[in-house]
Design a protein around this ligand. Structure first.
Ligand code: ADP
Ligand code: MG
Length: 489
């Protein structure tokens, strides 16, 4: 561990290159689909292999996704764009080159607002977004002596989003990735699943003395596919560089990898430069033209962004930070909550229902909100019964909720009646019950009247027992108090 005083002399600087796997039905330049976890080498066509004579054709959906994400972060859309070949050899790259974009990426500039776990907001500038195809996968853990190649993923469409070096800590880097994850989910551009490698990033890390005016030399840590690896790797790399500088060494520009088991970064290779790749325009594809009409149509599809929703839930509705994050994390959850709070006109009430009975039900049955049997309007009928005082909260969120979910087309009032859950608000009957109770408990009555007011709770409990839970606590309390105060037996 570094001494705080030493660490405090330095300013870490971080820039991310984020890879987002696109949720298109087919690959970027070929017709085959791809599903994570399928049999190795079963999603391959001559195009993926670049067999002689096989010609790529561009997947328009992927262009739309890139434009959509670009618009959401305020990029300028490049209406005349094209693809380049990036040439290098690697066993998981059957063509010997990757189709990518070098000179004219599809989106330039833009920014993304993030909120860290501490609650600070930062606006991180984006350098550009470009489209490229993914490589296959080398598999090293199946045999001690051999490595295998699975090319299913080769050719799948990716967006690479490159930030400016605007991030200043591992927390900010993690907050940025979390925001990108929500964003791609909200836009339907990708599923953002880091565990499956559908969202991953390279972190460029450097440190500089706080009073310095130029950035230090950076190291790039490749391919992080988990939020906790990212945070740990950035923290480690910052410390490594500070220690190196403090002991008189110099940081060299290089590519490193995160060694998950030993929690350290390791040098992979010297940093290659763009020239090494012999980029040239892809000869098998026409340049891409994007019209203003297309851009306009795509911009219509952009929903309210997740951080704006978070702010509204937390600041306007007073929903706690954790609950607000949990509501916005998945778009479908957030959309359901939106519909429910509009229906009930009470965001706090809607949040309680969502975080309480709905979440428990989904967890118990391992379902997503999209599989939840009740539409918000149906659930509103149930909530109204409770708000009108026809059933109490316990009944509404417990047995009535359960029965209604099992039979969503039924009338919820009928269900409540059949289950005998309707509250007894017949004051004549309630008074009669109370009189019976007081006759049975003369000692408690006289203690109460002698000043032991705490015994209210005892009588309310007795009443609820008689009512088998079907009492409105407010009404019951009122009758209990009145009867006790006016009892003249
Ligand atoms: P390259 O093309 O060699 O990968 P770029 O200039 O495109 O280099 O930068 C790649 C990433 O590195 C960007 O996310 C950028 O913000 C980041 N970056 C550039 N310089 C630094 C630095 N000194 N410290 C940290 N990150 C940096
Ligand atoms: Mg780069």
């Amino acid at each position: 561990m570094l001494e705080a005083a030493i660490r405090d002399k330095y300013q870490p600087v971080i820039g991310l290159e984020v890879h987002i796997q696109l949720a298109s039905d087919s690959k970027l330049f070929a017709i085959e689909d791809f599903a994570f976890g399928s049999e190795p080498n079963t999603h391959l066509s001559p195009i993926t292999f670049a067999h002689p004579g096989a010609l790529p054709s561009l997947n328009k959906r992927c262009i739309e996704f890139a434009v959509k994400l670009g618009l959401a972060v305020g990029s300028e859309i490049n209406t005349h764009t094209y693809f380049d070949r990036k040439n290098y050899f690697y066993p998981d790259l059957p063509k010997g080159y990757q189709m990518s974009q070098d000179r004219e990426p599809i989106c330039k500039g833009g920014s993304l607002r993030i909120r860290t776990a501490k609650g600070d907001y930062h606006t991180i500038k984006i350098h550009h977004l470009h489209l490229e195809e993914d490589a296959g996968k080398s598999v090293h853990d199946q045999s001690p002596k051999e490595s295998f190649i699975d090319l299913n993923r080769a050719g799948v469409g990716l967006i690479e989003l490159v930030t400016e070096p605007d991030l200043r800590s591992s927390e900010e880097a993690a907050a940025f990735m979390a925001e990108i994850r929500r964003l791609v989910r909200y836009l339907g551009v990708g599923d953002g699943d880091m565990e499956k490698g559908n969202l991953r990033c390279d972190a460029n890390v450097s440190v500089m003395l706080k009073e310095a005016t130029e950035y230090g030399t950076r190291a790039e840590i490749k391919n992080m596919n988990s939020m906790s690896f990212l945070e740990k790797a950035v923290v480690y790399e910052i410390e490594r560089q500070i220690k190196l500088i403090e002991s008189g060494g110099t940081v060299i520009q290089e590519t490193r990898t995160w060694d998950v088991e030993n929690e350290r970064s390791l040098s992979l290779r010297d940093k290659e430069s763009a020239d090494d790749y012999r980029y040239f325009p892809e000869p098998d594809l026409l340049p891409v033209q994007i019209s203003q009409e297309e851009i306009e149509a795509i911009s219509q599809e952009i929903p309210e962004l997740p951080l704006a929703r978070f702010d509204r839930y937390h600041k306007e509705y007073g929903i706690s930070e954790n609950e607000a994050w949990s509501l916005v994390e998945q778009r479908a959850d957030s959309d359901y909550f939106e519909a429910l709070h509009r229906a009930t006109t009470d965001p706090r009430l809607a949040a309680n229902w969502f975080m309480g009975p709905i979440r428990s039900y989904l967890n118990e049955h391992q379902l997503e909100i999209t599989d939840f049997p009740l539409r918000p309007a149906q659930l509103l009928d149930l909530i109204n019964l409770m708000q009108e005082g026809q059933v109490n909260r316990q009944a509404a969120t417990g047995p009535l909720f359960k029965a209604f979910v099992a039979d969503p087309e039924a009338n919820v009032l009928r269900i409540a009646e059949n289950l005998n859950l309707i509250i007894n608000n017949d004051s004549g009957e309630l008074e009669k019950y109370m009189e019976e109770i007081m006759t049975q408990h003369p000692k408690e009555v006289s203690l109460y009247r002698g000043g032991k007011k705490k015994l209210m709770g005892f009588f309310v409990g007795q009443m609820m027992r008689k009512l088998q839970g079907k009492g409105d606590p407010k009404v019951v309390n009122q009758i209990v108090r009145e009867k006790l105060d006016n009892w003249d037996n």
